[in-house]
Design a protein around this ligand. Structure first.
Ligand SMILES: O=C1O[C@H](COP(=O)(O)O)[C@@H](O)[C@H](O)[C@H]1O
Length: 231
């Protein structure tokens, strides 16, 4: 695990875009296609905008969100729409959605599992974010559905998660990739900002209690992992 401390958010966006771009280009060279899973939320969006400005054949690249809120397409809290919006310049980029355009209740993971079954290869890169409560993707501590999603023997790739309590900034059920599927990648990045989140990350790393601090499931030794941080 390597921690890169950037001087500010703009430098982190540059560093992240560079590392994501390298992973994509290596995959295109080795396999002719690239499959990447990207965090939603605010932190990585400037990096996605920079990434989209890089020249490559984007039609050979498929992206999906690590997790999605159970809201209709076009809703301002939809991670996939934010990613697509940030990556507009990447003409031809393929996006696979985890939630149908009309997100009718109750939330179901069947759609996402079908999508993921058709993308059975390991990810070339998984980029994770982290919340101040140590959630990553939508693996929220104490959430309904967390233990199934964290179970490495689970057959499903995607799970319904209902954070408990619902975060006020995004009070919705979620679909998240499970721990097993998120770990199945050639390379991992965690992107986070702020002193508080850095302390949470260090704490999670030392305690290693994935049920209480789900990010720690991705801090185990042996992963090809880079952590990008900015103040
Ligand atoms: O809810 C979510 O939060 C995390 C962190 O987001 P940020 O806004 O604090 O950067 C994000 O990684 C995840 O994809 C998202 O659904």
């Amino acid at each position: 695990m390597q921690l890169i401390e950037h001087i500010d958010a703009a430098a982190m966006a540059d560093g992240l875009a560079f590392e994501i771009g390298q992973a994509i280009d290596q995959a295109l060279l080795d396999r002719g296609r690239a499959l990447i899973a990207l965090a939603g939320g605010r932190t990585p969006m400037p990096a996605y905008r920079k990434l989209a400005g890089q020249q490559r054949d984007w039609s050979k690249v498929t992206v999906l969100a690590t997790d999605e809120r159970w809201v209709d397409a076009g809703h301002p809290l939809r991670n996939e729409d934010e990613i697509v919006d940030a990556m507009q310049a990447a003409r031809g980029l393929n996006l696979c959605r985890l939630v149908p355009a009309k997100a009718e209740y109750p939330p179901l993971a069947a759609w996402a599992n079908q999508v993921l079954a058709e993308l059975s290869q390991p990810f070339d890169l998984v980029l994770l974010g982290m919340g101040g409560d140590a959630h990553t993707a939508s693996l929220f501590p104490a959430a309904d559905g967390l233990s199934a999603a964290m179970d490495l023997r689970a057959e499903a790739d995607a799970f319904v998660i209902t954070p408990n309590p619902l975060p006020p900034e995004a009070p919705h059920a979620r679909i998240t990739l499970g721990r097993r599927r998120l770990l199945n990648a050639r390379q991992h990045i965690i992107a986070l900002s702020g002193a508080v989140k850095r302390d949470v990350l260090f704490d999670a790393n030392s305690r290693q209690q994935p049920d209480r601090q789900p990010i720690s499931a991705f801090l185990a030794p042996g992963l090809n992992m880079t952590i990008h941080w900015s103040p």
